[in-house]
Design a protein around this ligand. Structure first.
Ligand code: GDP
Ligand code: MG
Length: 795
């Protein structure tokens, strides 16, 4: 076998095949290295890297380790004086090199991999006609044996490798198989799995999928599966995992011709099912993988036989073999330190070692894939706890009420239980504001601290307990594994919207905060589904909008709090659904590629993990307080404080003077300017200001109201101030109908700047950010208009 890297400067060669992991092969083929094409070597000095080539008239360069994975036939070239290596001469005859390459590329090397006793040797014997001992015990196959035969014009060479349950390189067999895959680089991996024990057998398959190499799965002992009365939709399963699956009975030879045909199709790149899927491993591990993978990709790609994702996973597992492959790389230290940091973090949070977490996530992938394609036979099996719970919570009938109950519990706890600590914080803040009032000398500074900072930031910080409770629920659902089940039962419904069940998780997370939710859409493989999920996410009412609801519901609808709160969330969901349907209809066509919905095993989340995840989110909230909200409160206060007509501080003014002062402020001018636009929705100029300022972060809506109404009356709480009579109009600024219209508008309009930024970043285009701003605000206006006008009409 001659490699492209062996060809000297000035000589040329014809390409026979390209080895290595799928993404690498694709990239190399895209730049022109296709079978049968002739390459001229421009510059290949022994210590030179990269090597320069010209192919199809273009000049390209490849690294030495890349050229090493391209198999070629050297061409006799008139300009080349002599072919030094006589070995090369053996394969060169008078026929032209393209036919020659064609001939060479008809050789397919197949590696047979599978658990012990899955029928590898039986298959090997069937195709080779040999009579090796077939046994029903471990270790019959000691080392690899190879057999060559001709099939439909191809020369297929099959290697029977020792049986392994995984590729973790603990046993000599596993190590042997791994080294074989790395050094011999078979063209196609034939993974035999036992049909009657799929869950366990597919574990090895997930490891092979990570490698991203050409592969076919032989579903062996299919007779036993049929006998047990079970059903498996292997075509659907194959499409989900991106690997063709062919049922076989190697004992009798049934299905073997089909299996060989499939191997040829896969080798030729002509099988539609082939696709590289990611066996998803949970959000934290995925973040770790991404960081390591990006670093590996940015380096000189040390090992091209395996995908960077595979290397990253193995590094996380602390795999010694991969460590050895990579240890000469200059970036090795950096990768190790990224790895160590993540492993420490993940193990601390989950209280479990990383290898077992990865393993159980993989089993989650498998059981998710099987749940949709496998139907159990009559024969009773012993069921595990996970399966018992799963049959209940993913039940066709009970699944939904259970889910709704959990959601309702979440909202109830958020509102009802959260109110106690909220009141404590409220009294703490009024105590603090009292102290400052009595100790600070009167003047603009004091006005700013009391009205601007405490009025603004304090008005929002009181909602921290409610928000933490909601985050705790979301974290608990994620960590326990329930979230995946919820996604699972929602799959059908989501399909009706033209989305995928997986879109459901970012949508629920959106109730917490749209920004991480939009980032978590990365779990969705389909591009169009991902985009739609991102665009409808802002309609999932995030926790920043919660203060607005809690304030207004507490003021106007204290007796129907949970109901009103839930209705608002439902309204958001309905708008999201309609938007998704519209987008599918007019903009993004549907794609039907099936994906696995992982069902990771249930875990009782450790208190530490839940609190940690809750805190991660709560911390962002507090940081926002200190940053954006503080700044915005001060800016709003300044705009409302100036220009000053009287040489007095706010405190020294009479109530009438104060109101006049505010009426003439810059803020009022801005507010009055936009007022006509929002008047049909029942909003006055103060509300317009709150809405405008809420575009930076929706918490600021409440803090702005806090600042604007702080001077208005003698009442202490904002809620009382809103219902107090406005001395100018003689009636309160807020009433129940206007409150609903305001909540609806706040729910739907302009997502906050952070969300817009996330959408632009994740979608890769500012267009979608602009769409969100315009579309959402228009929808909000229309919805609030309908609510207000209808409300006034019927009241
Ligand atoms: P290996 O360990 O993977 O090489 O598996 P073997 O080829 O040695 O087979 C293990 C056992 O499974 C033997 O007893 C075979 O007779 C049996 N076997 C192989 N293929 C089939 C099949 O398709 N159906 C059934 N029922 N048994 C099979
Ligand atoms: Mg064997």
């Amino acid at each position: 076998m001659v490699k492209l890297s062996d060809i000297k400067s000035g000589e040329s060669a014809t390409i026979v095949k390209i080895q290595g992991h799928g993404a690498f092969r694709k990239r190399v083929m895209e730049i022109g290295f296709v079978r049968g094409k002739r390459v001229n070597v421009i510059l290949n000095a022994p210590l030179q890297d990269p090597i320069k080539y010209s192919i199809m008239g273009y000049e390209v360069s490849l690294r030495r380790n890349e050229a090493n994975l391209i198999e070629v036939i050297p061409c006799k070239d008139d300009t080349a004086t002599e072919v030094a290596d006589t070995n090369h001469l053996r394969t060169i005859n008078d026929s032209d090199p393209v036919t020659q390459a064609q001939h060479e590329s008809n050789k397919i090397n197949v590696a047979l991999i599978g658990n012990p006793n899955c029928g590898k040797t039986s298959l090997f014997n069937f195709v080779s006609g040999a009579h090796e001992r077939v046994g029903n015990y471990n270790g019959v196959t000691v080392d690899a044996r190879e057999e060559c035969f001709n099939y439909k014009g191809y020369q297929i060479s099959i290697v029977d490798l020792p049986g392994t349950y995984s590729l973790s390189a603990y046993s000599p067999e596993e190590l042997y198989v791994r080294r074989y895959l790395k050094d011999e680089i078979p063209d196609v991996i034939l993974n035999m799995v036992v049909a009657s024990n799929l869950e366990r057998n597919l574990y090895l398959t997930t490891e092979l999928i990570d490698m991203d190499r050409s592969m076919v799965v032989g579903l062996n002992m299919y007779d036993e599966l049929l006998k047990s009365g079970a059903k498996l939709d292997y075509d659907a399963l194959g499409k989900m995992i991106g690997v063709p699956i062919v049922p076989t009975i190697t004992k009798s030879g049934e299905g073997i011709p089909e299996l060989l045909d499939t191997i040829i199709q896969v080798y030729e790149g002509k099988h539609d099912t082939v696709r590289h899927v990611h066996v998803k491993l949970g959000s934290e591990i995925e973040s770790a993988i991404k960081e390591i993978k990006d670093s590996i990709k940015a380096s000189s790609l040390p090992v091209l036989q395996f995908s960077p994702r595979y290397l990253a996973i193995k590094l996380l597992e602390g795999d010694r073999e991969v460590e050895r492959m990579l240890c000469n790389q200059p970036e090795h230290k950096e990768w190790k330190s990224i790895r160590d940091r993540w492993v420490k973090h993940i193990e601390e949070v989950c209280q479990e070692d990383i290898s077992s977490i990865i393993a159980s996530e993989k089993y989650g992938f498998i059981s998710g894939a099987l749940r949709e394609t496998y139907e159990q036979g009559e024969e009773p099996r012993n069921v595990k706890g996970t399966e018992i719970i799963d049959t209940i919570v993913t039940h066709k009938l009970f699944g939904y009420p259970i889910f709704l109950m959990i959601m309702w519990l979440m909202f109830w706890t958020t509102f009802e239980l959260g109110n106690y600590p909220k009141e404590w914080i409220e009294s703490l803040i009024s105590w603090l504001s009292g102290i400052i009032s009595s100790y600070m000398p009167a003047g603009p500074l004091k006005d700013m601290v009391v009205d601007g900072i405490i009025g603004g930031v304090g008005g929002v910080i009181v909602f921290l307990p409610n928000i933490l409770i909601m985050f705790m629920f979301i974290s608990f659902m994620e960590d326990s594994g329930y979230m995946s089940r919820a996604a699972f039962i929602m799959d059908k419904i989501m399909h009706k919207l033209g989305l995928h069940g997986k879109s459901f998780i970012p949508l629920v997370m959106g109730f917490g905060c749209n920004v991480p939710a939009i980032m978590s859409t990365r779990i969705i493989e389909s591009k169009s589904s991902r985009l739609i999920t991102m665009l409808i996410n802002p309609f999932m009412s995030c926790s920043a909008r919660l203060p607005i609801y809690i304030l207004l519901i507490g003021t106007f609808f204290p007796n129907h709090a949970s109901l009103v709160l839930m209705s608002l969330y439902v309204l958001g969901i309905v708008v999201a659904i309609l938007t998704a349907r519209l987008l599918r209809k007019f903009y993004l066509k549907k794609d039907e590629t099936p994906f696995v919905m992982e069902l990771p095993p249930y875990r009782v989340p450790t208190l530490k993990a839940t609190l940690h995840h809750m805190w991660e989110k709560g911390e962002q909230y507090l940081r926002k307080m200190g940053g954006v909200i503080l700044m915005a409160s001060i800016v709003i206060w300044i705009l409302g404080y100036f220009p000053r007509n009287l040489e007095k501080s706010n405190e020294e003014m009479t109530h009438q003077e104060l109101i006049e002062q505010q009426q003439n402020s810059y803020l009022a001018k801005i507010g009055h300017f936009v007022e006509p636009v929002v008047e049909p929705l029942g909003f006055n100029w103060k509300v317009s200001i709150a809405i405008l300022s809420g575009t930076s972060a929706k918490e600021i809506v409440v803090s702005t109201l806090g600042v604007l109404y702080s001077a208005d009356s003698e009442e202490t709480s904002l809620s009382d101030k809103l219902t107090a009579d406005n001395p100018q109009t003689g009636k309160p600024d807020f009433n129940p109908i206007m409150a609903i219209s305001f909540m609806v508008f706040s729910l739907l309009y302009f997502p906050c700047l952070a969300t817009i930024t996330a959408i632009v970043k994740e979608s890769g285009s500012w267009k979608y950010g602009a769409f969100s701003i315009i579309y959402n605000t228009a929808v909000a206006w229309i919805a609030a208009f309908i609510v207000y006008q209808v409300g006034i009409f019927i009241s």
